[in-house]
Design a protein around this ligand. Structure first.
Ligand code: PEP
Ligand code: MG
Length: 830
């Protein structure tokens, strides 16, 4: 049987391959066409039924009377608009006739806010074949767009049908296993794929479409996963999924990392009235205990009509997703945005939804059904025995609380907390900290909880001191009792006397005054006490990062990690798209200098879109500029995109993993070709990262070819100390303040000085205000940090004088260990 699909909107037809989103362009979702819309209403393309409308209104799935399923996705990345610009006029289950209005569109808003208006129209029925396909060019609404032949009856009837099965295995690398964000990504892909996707680990098996089911696998680093895919072309999808899973450990790279538990402090003896806990966010607080007991809100167990209850639950989930999507797309939300994204995946979770629906069908109320379903998942997470997954159980409880409030039409958690109070609870949900009224709490002490929970991430980002795993000590604290929460020393003082309380208050006032002064002065250029100018730049990966960094006082970007452009793509991103992204970042920097690092692929940054042969020792393998020279086509495309996107007045280009001057010459030849092609006469500075001992030692030779040098202390420490930067067991020992690393930095600085080259540092150690005197003393004249410490770094640098810094650097280089250098700086390893 043939199904005729009529254009659901007037516009310009283009091939799916031209859509700037690999999931559609590579037909991972299905085959079809795209339309660049020119009208403000999406219409039904045939007679049939609405299968689903995204809660944000940006996509709709329909089933024709002939059984063909069609997905229409308005624009690219439009889920991030949180529903703004879309007015759904239909709901799941509605019957529609061809030409009925489905979704109203504010095209101006969508065009401005989304990367592209291209609207993929994709057949998702397995085995269906496209007969007629409209050619590229203008089309009117209602004109014939596609003709689809339904799959042969046998194929459609049997679940196996023409569908094949593929099996692949993947090993989870170091990192956090399959946790919320990778699980959300895997489930989104599995849902888009449409076939059956199962992931098994040890004795557990998960439906990959369900985030909670994936989390409940309890898969940890080193686990072997078995991926089974049933559907059209299952092998390609299984391999793709295996790669994503194999890279899931790197997922948290840019997230705010909470401070590590303070083990040293745990070793020092306790004073009377003190007990220990684990540090989740540093800082100091004094204030009255405010206990929050997590009693369950009363709900009805059974009510109403199952159809109505299910509809209420669906509507409440949709409303909650909209609420969370607004936060997820808020550029100022910081880590709360990523957490909201993970929470959306939980609200939309297929397995949770199905379990709740089954309970409702059995007579349960919507609220009771969701609570039961959610608590079962909590138990499953806790029973994995994996601390990091057990920490996520509180996220489920958080969603439950918010969803129940949606169902009841109330505001969740209206507890009034007195200013300055120290919250004491068994555990707390991350959304607790998101309410504006919580901005002035003193600190958080949890009986249970985890140091890497979402609450800990938010607390660290907001400067709220927090201790967890306090056990009975927390339980024994009386409501209203004044305590000192010393998260820096990982302990609680239960009976501070008046002198101690006054001392802590004085200390806190001084810290606040210093932070306020630093922030107030952050926008000013950074000049040392002796008048020497030091540039304080920021490390960036996106335009949002750039806006935040400028607000924190960044004077430019010392390292744009361009890997992020390639990370999520299935094919290397094209020149136009890259140019657009670079232009956005340059604009966000408002004319400040922008150092763009060319693609640093390989080792700890593997890329799905540029796979290379397995290497026994990837950290010493085909990475950085070596990889780029093996794929000059990719480098040439990137160089052209950078030249087109970033104004010459702002631009410097930097090469990663350089070991010798010849690499600069080869890259400059490609850069000159690109400039010639594009008619760019202005010279563009080309610099080298110094992140291998070879480059540090050969810096004088490299500086002949390079316009500037910048230390990558993360890799320099890894290669100098022969310690893998991703090896958790070595985390306490790999330290860029090791004198061997410092001497290499000094050698590189000398090479730059010899040829009058600009010399900076963009590795992680540059983000530590206490390391600034040493780095300046070693010769760095630019420090490129993550954004938040910039005010404190500037404040510190303004107090320094070069002669004292150089003296400090000489003393540090003469020492024998990183511990000794840290002792000299009066600083413990974080
Ligand atoms: C470094 O190695 O210090 C560096 C800045 O590069 P990345 O961390 O991206 O490898
Ligand atoms: Mg590096």
């Amino acid at each position: 049987m043939t199904t005729r699909i009529h254009a659901p909107i007037a516009g310009i037809v283009c091939a799916l391959e031209q859509v700037p989103d690999p999931v559609f362009a590579q037909k991972i979702v299905g085959d079809g066409l795209a339309i660049e819309p020119l009208a403000d209403r999406l219409l039904a393309p045939f007679d049939g039924e609405i299968v689903a409308v995204a809660p944000t209104g940006h996509s709709v799935t329909l089933r024709s009377d002939g059984g063909i399923e069609l997905l229409i996705h308005i624009g690219i990345d439009t889920v991030a608009l949180g529903g703004k610009g879309f007015v759904p006029m239909v709901a799941a289950g509605d019957r529609v006739a061809a030409g009925d209005a489905l979704i109203g569109l504010d095209l101006d808003h969508i065009a401005l806010a989304a990367p592209s208006l291209a609207t993929p129209i994709v057949v998702t029925t397995a085995g269906a074949a496209i007969g007629f396909r409209a050619g590229p060019g203008p089309i009117a609404a209602g004109e014939l767009l596609l003709e689809i032949e339904a799959p042969a009856a046998a194929d459609a009837a049997a679940p196996g049908g023409v569908q094949a099965t593929a099996h692949v295995r993947a090993i989870l690398p170091g990192g956090h296993g399959i946790h919320a964000r990778p699980a959300a990504r895997i489930s989104a892909l599995a849902r888009a794929f449409g076939g059956e996707v199962r992931v098994a680990c040890r004795d557990r098996s998960a439906d990959a479409k369900s985030v909670t089911s994936l989390l409940a696998l309890g898969a940890i680093a080193g686990d072997e996963l078995d991926i089974r895919v049933v559907g059209p072309e299952p092998r390609a999808f299984a391999v793709q999924l295996a790669e994503i899973i194999a890279h899931s450990g790197a997922d948290d790279g840019d997230a705010v990392t909470p401070a590590r538990p303070d083990e040293d402090a745990a070793d020092t003896p306790l004073r009377p009235g003190e007990f220990r806990a684990v540090r989740a966010s540093p800082g100091l607080a004094v204030g009255p205990v405010f206990r929050i007991e997590g009693a369950d809100a009363p709900i009805a167990v059974e009510t109403g009509e199952p159809r109505e209850e299910l509809a209420r639950l669906t509507a409440a989930r949709e409303r909650l997703v909209l609420r969370l999507a607004a936060r997820a797309s808020d550029p100022d939300a910081g880590p709360a945005a990523a957490i909201a994204q993970a929470h959306i995946a939980l609200v939309e979770d297929v397995a949770l939804g199905e379990r709740a629906a089954a309970l409702i069908a059995g007579g349960a109320s919507a609220a009771f059904a969701w609570r039961q379903a959610s608590r079962q998942e909590e138990e499953a997470l806790c029973s994995t025995g994996v601390a990091r997954l057990a920490e996520r159980a509180i996220d489920l409880r958080d969603i439950e609380r918010q969803l129940l409030a949606e169902l009841a039409g109330t505001v969740p958690d209206a507890v009034e907390v007195p200013a300055g109070a120290i919250i004491v609870a068994a555990d707390l949900a991350p959304s607790f900290l998101l309410e504006p009224a919580r901005a002035n709490i003193g600190g958080i002490l949890l009986g249970a909880g985890g140091a890497t929970s979402h609450l800990a991430i938010l607390a660290a980002a907001r400067g709220v001191p927090m201790l967890v795993a306090a056990g009975a000590g927390a339980a024994a604290l009386a409501q209203g009792a004044t305590i000192v929460l010393d998260a820096d020393r990982a302990r609680v003082e239960t009976a501070p006397d008046a002198a101690r309380i006054a001392g802590v208050r004085t200390d806190l006032a001084a810290r606040r005054a210093r932070a306020a002064d630093a922030l107030a002065a952050a926008a000013q250029d950074c000049v040392m006490a002796d008048g020497r100018r030091i540039e304080i730049f920021a490390n960036l990966a996106s335009a949002d990062d750039a806006r935040h960094a400028v607000a924190m006082g960044a004077e430019g970007c010392g390292l744009l990690r361009t890997e992020f452009l390639f990370a999520e793509c299935d094919t290397p991103p094209g020149e136009d798209w890259q140019a657009g992204v670079y232009a956005d970042i340059a604009t966000a920097l408002g004319g400040r200098p922008l150092i763009v690092r060319t693609l640093d692929a390989g080792a700890d940054k593997p890329l799905r879109c540029l796979p290379f042969a397995p290497e026994e020792n990837p950290a010493l393998g085909m990475r950085g500029i070596r990889f780029s020279m093996q794929r000059p086509d990719v480098l040439a495309t990137q160089l052209r995109a950078i030249l087109r996107g970033v104004p010459a007045t702002q631009l410097r280009i930097m090469l990663p993993m350089v070991v010798e001057p010849g690499e600069l010459r080869a890259a400059r030849a490609l850069l000159d070709d690109a400039r010639r092609d594009l008619g760019i006469a202005a010279p563009v500075e080309l610099g080298a990262m110094i992140e291998t001992p070879a480059a540090a030692i050969l810096a004088d030779a490299i500086a002949v070819e390079a316009d500037f040098l910048s230390i990558g202390s993360n890799d320099l420490a890894q290669y100098a100390l022969a310690m893998d930067r991703g090896n958790a067991g070595l985390a306490a020992r790999i330290d860029a303040l090791h004198p061997a690393v410092l001497r290499l930095i000094a050698a590189a600085a000398e090479g730059a000085r010899k040829h009058g080259r600009w010399f900076g540092i963009c590795g992680g150690i540059a983000s530590d205000p206490d390391a600034a005197p040493l780095l300046i003393g070693l010769g760095c004249r630019e420090l490129s940090s993550v954004a938040n410490p910039i005010p404190a770094i500037k404040a510190r640098v303004r107090t320094l004088d070069l002669a004292a810094c150089e003296h400090l650097a000489r003393r540090a280089c003469a020492l024998g260990s990183a511990e000794a250098v840290r002792a000299l700086l009066g600083k413990e390893k974080p």
